[in-house]
Design a protein around this ligand. Structure first.
Ligand code: AMP
Length: 138
């Protein structure tokens, strides 16, 4: 097993475990963006979000929801940024799905995820509808 996060989920590599359920494991990020920065991963290996079996995705979101609650109640987070870098183009470095839970404080100065993007996409008239149609289930 060569995947770093598979080895963390199995306990082969130590981590600061925060919780787990049948299909997911949560631990502290080793280079936290904020105090209490947690990563939630599926126990079953999947590189990308779309590769994840539904049960893994549900387990990850269930555990993320539990941990988000604890970040507020026990660490006093005012808010939490919940984000996943999916694919190298989006900045994914570890190729095993992980959801970042980053505790936020009022006026911490980091802004919303929208602050990552300095510009907005320019769409022609009707393009929103075209895109929505492309993305609708077939
Ligand atoms: P990403 O850029 O979304 O792939 O994020 C990968 C994250 O994994 C980074 O925030 C790293 O700090 C974190 N990370 C890498 N190795 C470890 C490790 N051994 N234990 C905990 N977090 C890690």
């Amino acid at each position: 097993m060569s995947c770093l996060f598979c080895r963390i989920a199995s306990g082969e590599i130590p981590s600061s475990k925060v919780g787990e359920n049948e299909g997911a494991f949560a631990f502290l990020d080793i280079q936290p963006l904020a105090r209490g920065h947690v990563l939630v991963i599926p126990k079953q290996h999947a590189e990308r979000f779309a590769d994840m079996p539904r049960e893994s995705a549900r387990a990850v979101m269930d555990l993320a929801q539990d941990v988000v609650g604890r970040l507020g109640k026990r660490l006093g987070a005012h808010g939490v940024t919940i984000a996943a870098n999916d694919g190298r183009a989006a900045g994914q470095e570890v190729m095993h799905v992980h959801v970042h839970l980053v505790p936020r404080a009022e006026a911490d100065g980091h802004g919303p995820i929208h602050a990552l993007f300095k510009t907005r996409a320019e769409l022609k008239a009707g393009e929103l509808q075209e895109i929505a149609e492309k993305l609708a289930p077939r």
